[in-house]
Design a protein around this ligand. Structure first.
Ligand SMILES: C[C@H](N)C(=O)N[C@@H](Cc1c[nH]cn1)C(=O)O
Ligand SMILES: [Zn+2]
Ligand SMILES: [Zn+2]
Length: 472
């Protein structure tokens, strides 16, 4: 009965909840770019103000100074802690989310302004709509609805919201470690809504994430960019060196060629292989969503395993390279290649960094260029795998079945949320990912969106989950 009342109240407030997401999307809280750093602070304040309206006691924990790869320093956004309810007879849920977003520019190919929420055909387009402002606000909507109906929330809730997740969660682990005995001491479960369904119709609960090791390869020589007609043929060109190096890291199918990496991967067991049988996943729809005809592997299990349980290496960009339209005939003086490896059990970031840096140095020696070369590890985060037979997951599954009328799949996720393992280690309790967005939300990409359906039903799902926690 309580759930039905909540669901109908959420439907009544749909427009207001969309307006709340609109306000958040209009704050361009890009953590990676220095020019936007103040916006992450503004987003943190905005979230705190909205939480305080619900009676959530908030405090901002200072996170110190970031040493930027270019040698500059920048103040880190504070971590936002919140606390709702202090009833000793109740258990305590910890909710985590992030308030920062990936960079976005209309010129990258967006059909609409990325920092405006635009509704088209039941889809809410805007950077952060799905990753992760929509889910963060869905928690607040769910709590507000229960309060408005005087329906008791059966647990105390603690919140950790950060503004650096898209840039490696700098400083968060240390702050959580410092607050382990105080803020985290009584946490019974952690729930994170910051990933996506495997398809478009069926909900899922997620018990695994890949980790991430991010690198820069810096090559430089002349004191400034040069005319290729005037100087070409006499200069060892940094960009040519870089492209040669980057081309040696993977083969056509994406297999990683870095010495020793593949040997670190946990072997596949028969039991694990069987898990993939039960999962609903349409390879053809997946191809269509990303707009390709051919994948590196075509079989459902292999596609999922390549996304979830094997490492992958991606090259993200080259700083200093000419990338505009037209034909500029320049020799770039300094280029920085950006790449990352998604890491999986049993890979440790320290081991991975050592192997990658050694391999890049080996390639550089082989290249024999006299230019200046640096291989720089940036941030890293560990992979995480949890026990989905835990009663916490059963409570999540009951909640999702109530809302969507179907039992969820248990999935892993190829993306990374660095703090997940930290929560599991520091609290010693179950951590679960409960995504609300669909597989085609295009997080990190052009035209990110969340469907109105997913946002509103997702709000119901989080409320239903809060109710189910009473029965663990
Ligand atoms: C899955 C989550 N919503 C996400 O997008 N995480 C990022 C984390 C990250 C780490 N360094 C930069 N971003 C991701 O998986 O890329
Ligand atoms: Zn993200
Ligand atoms: Zn995210």
């Amino acid at each position: 009965m309580a759930y039905e009342l909540i669901a109908s109240e959420i439907d009544k407030n749909k427009t207001r909840f969309i307006e709340r997401l609109r306000e958040a999307v209009e704050i361009p809280s890009v953590s990676a770019e220095a020019a936007y750093r103040n916006e992450v602070f503004r987003m943190t304040d905005w979230t705190q103000a909205n939480m305080e309206k619900l009676g959530i006691k908030c405090r901002q924990i200072e996170n110190g100074i970031e040493d930027r790869p270019d040698g500059s320093k920048l103040r880190l956004p504070p971590i936002l802690f919140g606390h709702l309810g202090e009833d000793k007879s109740k258990k305590t849920l910890l909710v985590y989310g992030h308030l920062d977003v990936q960079p976005a520019d209309i010129h990258d190919g967006w059909n609409t302004e990325p920092f405006k929420l635009i509704e088209i055909d039941g889809k809410l387009f805007g950077r952060g709509s799905s990753d992760d402002k929509g889910p963060v606000i869905a928690w607040l909507n769910a709590i507000e609805t229960m309060q408005a109906l005087n329906i008791e929330i059966p647990v105390n809730i603690k919140f950790v919201f950060e503004g650096m997740e898209e840039s490696g969660s700098t400083g968060l682990d240390e702050i959580l470690e410092q607050h382990k005995e105080e803020f985290l001491a009584d946490v019974d479960w952690t729930c994170i809504s910051d990933n996506y369904w495997l398809g478009k119709e069926k909900p899922c609960l997620t018990y695994g994430l890949r980790g991430l090791c991010y690198y820069a390869v810096e090559i430089s020589a002349p004191k400034q960019d040069l005319h290729s007609g005037v100087y070409g043929g006499t200069i060892y060109e940094p960009m040519n060196d870089l492209v040669w190096i980057l081309s040696r890291l993977t083969d056509l199918k994406g297999n990683i060629l870095v010495d020793g990496i593949n040997e670190l991967v946990a072997p596949l067991t028969e039991d694990e292989l069987k898990l993939y049988d039960q999962i609903e996943f349409d390879v053809e729809a997946y191809k269509q969503d990303v707009g390709v005809k051919t994948l590196t592997v075509d079989d459902k299990k292999k596609v999922l395993m390549n996304r979830w349980r094997y490492p992958t290496l991606s090259i993200h960009g080259i700083e200093g390279a000419f990338h505009g339209p037209g034909a500029k005939t320049v020799i770039p003086a300094k280029v920085v290649g950006k790449l990352s490896i998604r890491i999986v059990p049993n890979m440790e970031p320290e081991q991975t960094d050592a192997l990658v840096v050694a391999f890049l140095n080996k390639l550089w020696k082989e290249r024999g260029s006299p230019n200046k070369f640096r291989a720089i590890p940036f941030h890293s985060g560990r992979p995480w795998v949890a026990d989905f037979n835990h009663p916490h997951y059963q409570a999540g599954a009951r909640a999702l079945e109530k809302v969507y009328g179907v039992k969820p799949d248990f999935t892993r996720e190829g993306g990374s949320i660095p703090v997940t393992l930290t929560f599991q280690n520091l609290t010693g309790k179950s951590v679960m990912l409960l995504p609300i967005g669909a597989c085609d939300d295009m997080a990190h990409s052009q035209n990110e969106k969340i469907n109105v359906f997913n946002y509103i039903e997702g709000t119901k799902a989080l409320a239903a989950y809060l109710l189910e926690l009473a029965h663990i």
